[in-house]
Design a protein around this ligand. Structure first.
Ligand SMILES: [Ca+2]
Length: 99
């Protein structure tokens, strides 16, 4: 190895038409970072949605009757959101341990 081989030009950082090992490694690191960013963003959105939703339920715009009727659905909503946050935290902890 070390000769490099031709691949998609976006990976070719110095645009010499050859993709070296270090350029592949750099692009993979960048992809992993993008993925981690997306997952972190998703966990934050889920957490904020849960907080905003809970706060909204206490506003007088939701009648008690409707909240009672939808309580089963709310349960599913909380479990879903919490599992997104939990999965992210678990995965982050696991990744940190793996290093
Ligand atoms: Ca190159």
């Amino acid at each position: 190895m070390g000769q490099g081989h031709r691949m998609s030009p976006s990976i070719d950082i110095n645009s010499d038409g050859v993709v070296t090992e270090s350029e592949i490694a750099a692009s993979q690191a960048e992809m992993a970072e993008d993925k981690a960013d997306a997952q972190r963003h998703m966990a934050w959105v889920a957490m904020i949605t849960m907080i905003v939703f809970t706060a909204a339920l206490f506003l007088p715009i939701f009648p008690d009757g409707r909240i009672k009727a939808l309580s089963d659905l709310f349960g599913l909503f909380y479990v879903g959101m919490a599992s997104v946050v939990g999965a992210y935290m678990g995965m982050t902890a696991w990744m940190a341990k793996k290093k």
